[in-house]
Structure formats: structure tokens, C-alpha cells
Design a protein around this ligand. Structure first.
Ligand code: ZN
Length: 116
């Protein structure tokens, strides 16, 4: 028997990029590879991302950025081998759906989101 599929989870399409990557800890590089995120250092409207393969870069907290769109649309071509993204994390991501009118907005102050 195959192991149970992870439960579907729903996030809003308009969720803030930083909330989203804090939650899923994945980064879609332009190359098409998904990297695992090791650290996110928030600095106002920007954040410094450190991947498990030790790439460091700054990103803006934009819902409409390339990365935000790629994450929502799940545009990627496999996971970074150096990051060693575990299979369960990819499955969890695959079961995550983005909806316009339904799902968590990942606001930390909202206890109902289970984010606290
Ligand atoms: Zn990587």
C-alpha cells in the first residue's frame, strides 16, 4: 500500500509571499528548480533568503512577483539535489491549493488559521 496522501490545504491566492514561503519553505528559482529554504530574515518589505544549498538573495514581499506566481502555479522542474528537499515536503506542496475566495490568508494573528 502506498502511504496516505497528505490532506489538501487551501491558501488564498492573495496571500503575502513572505507568509507563504515561511509556511512552505520552498523557493522556485528562475532555473526551474525548487530550493529548500533554510532561513528567512525579514527586513521590512524585503527578506533575505538562505537556501539549504547556501544561496543567499533578497526578495520583495510582492504577491505578484515571479516567485509568488510560480509558487502558486507550481511551475518547477524538479527539486534542487543539493538542498535535498524531502519527498514529504514536495507531496505537501503538491496537495496545497490556491483559491481566490477560500483558504487561509496565513495571518499570524488569526488563530483559526492554526498558524500561531
Ligand atoms: Zn538548492
Amino acid at each position: 500500500m502506498k502511504s496516505k496522501k497528505p490532506a489538501k490545504r487551501f491558501y488564498r491566492k492573495r496571500v503575502e509571499l513572505f507568509r507563504l514561503i515561511e509556511k512552505i519553505k520552498l523557493w522556485p528559482a528562475r532555473s526551474g528548480l525548487l530550493h529548500g529554504i533554510k532561513f528567512i530574515d525579514l527586513m521590512g518589505d524585503q527578506a533575505r533568503i538562505t537556501t539549504h544549498c547556501n544561496k543567499i538573495f533578497m526578495v520583495n514581499n510582492s504577491r505578484n512577483s515571479r516567485a509568488a506566481r510560480w509558487l502558486r502555479n507550481k511551475w518547477f522542474n524538479g527539486a534542487c539535489g543539493t538542498c535535498g528537499v524531502p519527498e514529504w515536503k514536495l507531496e505537501k506542496y503538491a496537495s496545497t491549493q490556491f483559491r481566490r475566495h477560500y483558504g487561509s490568508q496565513l495571518l499570524k494573528k488569526n488563530k483559526d488559521d492554526g498558524v500561531l
